[in-house]
Design a protein around this ligand. Sequence first.
Ligand code: ADP
Length: 192
Amino acid sequence: MRLVLLGAPGSGKGTQAARLKSYLEVPHISTGDLLRAEVAAGSPLGLQAKEVMARGDLVSDEILLGMLKDRFSRDDTRDGFILDGYPRNLAQAAALGELLTSLGQQFDAAVQLDVDNELLIERLAGRAQAEGRADDNPDSVRKRLKVYDDQTAPVIEFYRQQDQLTVVDGVGTLDEVFDRILAAIKVSRTPG
Ligand code: ADP
């Protein structure tokens, strides 16, 4: 199964992607996690990305594509993946299409977790307290939601027009949302 998981900050993408990874037994590729690992390692790329991420802006398309190509060059992505956090703008959507084509692959579905803005803000405020992520402060949250509306919403429209989009209601318990995703991608809850 090759999935692209789309959703605003706080929509629950990362949490659901981690569950899907164990359930579907395919790697979870989170561009946010890859970037945070670079920041934590203090690599040149991490040093470049750190400030940009902290203020809630997008890291350059070039850096992202380099990281993504590198990740997809590993064998474990051959039979499936859950891509979380990419693409975030139309240029990245085009780059992803080209990358997958060059690998002789196509994704099976782009799943958007739909959660309204008020609840997103509430969830991110809760996460800021619980996890202390550098970009969960109010200014950065506002910025990330705006970047999402301005740059990522068009990606959703693009996939909708291509008939590749499945929208899943992201409001509910973790189990409810997980079940909805499985239903949307037509995977049965208890295989075998
Ligand atoms: P969230 O969805 O809550 O914002 P992520 O972990 O997906 O969290 O992303 C955190 C930050 O990492 C983003 O705000 C951005 O700065 C950077 N980032 C992640 N993915 C991308 C991407 N595809 N393009 C550019 N920047 C990205």
